[in-house]
Design a protein. Structure first.
Length: 581
């Protein structure tokens, strides 16, 4: 007994030291502090970034005057987003940020960082609820906070939708587990309230009841209490769907439905996503299957299968629950990426499914029941090293989102076979007045699109505008006319093609297009004036004068129209000068 007592006494300082470390890292509220600190350290540089040339341009930057008014808080719940979604919680959060920061982008980025820290803390809480030790829960939550695959969700402002969805989903799951273990009214109402907020955040939340049913089916809970909660789920989904349909009455139809193509693209995207969760390579602003290798994902899936079979699980029920979570919340994003006609599989859509993957991985019996202290320390050290590597990769990856140009250049570099990447870069070049590279990008974008693609018209128009600015009217006219075939009711488009037709001397065609433009939009003083100029050039002086007069009626302070009217009236004399634009 004496040697054993001496050994225990000798080990006491080490045990006391470990307890002190545990006190610093794990007790009470401390894990939340470390997770928020890790999230901030990984994403602090985004505070200096602006708005991107993607969805935040249309959802935020172009509407700052409206968003900085308090009435916009209510508008978020009565208007669709991008005319195809009903996501009022996201819109509401944008209004709050705009009001606080008066439209400054750093406030939006700060909110994303804070939401990411909150989501990581909620992951920690769920892992504790599912019987992980505080140490293991903190390590897995830290991996979630540092993971490079989440950069698109955090560094890109509209990626906030998935941050919010994760927070509400995690809260709803935790309160559901509490209700199953102890049927208290408070837990039930908390669960239903968070579920409602999740529905108002993103459509994927409608799958949450199925995920929660899996919590019972997988043996995690002996018997689910569903008598009250199931009808409440059904009522919440029905009410949400009715409101959604009433506010977004004309949702975009699925284009080009092809079961075989959908299955192939979705399956390949699943493999790519799985690879990014374990080996975060091939990251892209606009990721596509076509520009991604399946090798990392296949290797990861094989490794997960081998490790699972070799080590087994400490809790098969929770592991199965995590697998169902991962697959269910990934299903709709995979289908959406295939159905939307573009074939992109954005990385922010991996944010919520990744929680299920963490649940699955947390229940692999990494050490076995006979693990030594040394083996445990080695595993913890390996996790810490992995967290450090992930954090460094995340900091590095954030630089991609620092400006419009960096995002556009990364898009083309990472997805060279995606038309949309060239379209974004071309649009930025065109807005900067750099038309030569813009034209090259638009031409490349058209070359990557099918002839029947509905996206061609807008790119034809942008290409035509760029060529027109470069004085290449003979080329621009053909692209304008192609765009007119798809957008015949666009008055401005018809006016633009008419302008170039007039420059080329194709006066009859120009008159036809100006007339069509006025038939759609009759109160355009500029189009009346330009039509008058072409009529005068063709010798129809009286008709030209009539359009100049109409332009002045619509805009009395239009000096060009007044000048042209006077010239048209003098053109009855054979020596009168020509009218000008």
């Amino acid at each position: 007994m004496r040697p054993l007592r001496q050994s225990l006494d000798a080990a006491r300082p080490l045990r006391e030291g470990l307890l002190k470390v545990d006190d610093v890292l794990l007790r009470s509220w401390r894990p939340s502090v470390w997770l928020f600190a890790l999230a901030f350290a990984a994403y602090a540089r985004t505070l200096g970034f602006g708005f991107s040339p993607l969805d935040d341009r249309w959802a935020i930057a172009s509407h700052l005057d409206e968003l900085t008014r308090f009435r916009a808080l209510a508008t978020a719940f009565t208007h669709p987003m991008f005319d195809i979604y009903y996501r009022p919680v996201l819109g509401f959060s944008f209004v709050v940020d705009a009001l606080i920061g008066r439209g400054s982008p750093w406030v939006f980025h700060l909110t994303n960082i804070l939401l990411h820290g909150l989501a990581a803390t909620a992951v920690f809480a769920l892992l504790l609820k599912l019987t992980l030790s505080r140490e293991a829960a903190l390590l897995f939550a830290a991996l979630f906070a540092a993971h490079p695959a989440h950069v698109h969700a955090v560094a890109w402002i509209p990626g906030r939708n998935d941050l919010l969805l994760a927070i509400f989903t995690l809260g709803a799951v935790i309160s559901f587990i509490d209700y199953q273990r102890s049927p208290r009214t408070g837990a039930l109402w908390t669960h239903l309230g968070l579920f409602a907020l999740a529905l108002l955040t993103k459509e994927s939340a409608a799958l949450l009841p199925l995920v929660l049913l899996a919590y019972g089916w997988c043996g995690t809970a002996p018997k689910l209490r569903l008598r009250t909660v199931a009808p409440a789920w059904a009522a919440a989904i029905a009410l949400w769907a009715a409101v959604w349909w009433g506010i977004v009455p004309h949702a975009s139809p699925v284009r080009g439905w092809d079961l075989l193509r959908t299955a192939h693209d979705s399956g390949a995207a699943f493999v790519v996503f799985a690879g990014k969760l374990v080996v975060p390579v091939q990251q892209a602003v606009f990721p596509t299957v076509r520009d991604s290798s399946l090798a990392p994902g296949l290797a990861v899936l094989a490794a997960v299968g081998i490790v699972s079979a070799w080590r087994g699980f400490s809790d098969k029920g929770t592991a199965a629950f995590g697998a169902v979570w991962f697959l269910m919340f990934l299903a709709l994003p995979l289908l959406h990426g295939t159905w939307n006609g573009i074939g992109e599989h954005y990385e922010h859509r991996l944010y919520v499914p990744s929680i299920g993957f963490l649940l699955f991985a947390s229940k692999i019996d990494w050490l076995g029941p006979a693990a030594t202290v040394r083996a445990r320390r080695a595993l913890v050290a390996s996790c810490v090293v992995l967290i450090a590597i992930f954090s460094s990769k995340t900091v590095f990856r954030c630089a991609t989102y620092r400006s419009d140009r960096s995002i556009a250049e990364a898009g083309v570099r990472e997805s060279p076979n995606l038309y949309f990447a060239y379209n974004v870069r071309g649009r930025l070049s065109s807005e900067a007045g750099d038309y030569e590279p813009a034209v090259a990008d638009f031409q490349r974008a058209l070359g990557l699109l099918d002839a029947s693609s509905p996206m061609r018209a807008k790119i034809e128009l942008r290409l035509a505008d760029g060529l027109s600015k470069l004085g290449r009217s003979s080329e621009s006219v053909d692209h304008y006319l192609e765009a007119v075939k798809t957008m015949p009711e666009d008055a401005d488009l018809r006016a633009s093609v008419a302008n170039d037709l007039a420059r080329l001397g194709r006066l009859d065609e120009a008159i036809e297009q100006y007339s069509e433009s006025l038939a759609i939009q009759p109160n355009s003083a500029k189009v009346h004036n330009n039509l008058g100029v072409v009529l005068v050039r063709r010798g129809s002086y009286a008709e030209g004068a009539r359009h100049f007069a109409e332009a002045l009626r619509l805009q009395p302070d239009y000096p060009g129209a007044q000048h042209n009217l006077e010239r048209a009236q003098r053109l009855l004399s054979p020596r009168a000068p020509r009218a000008s634009r």
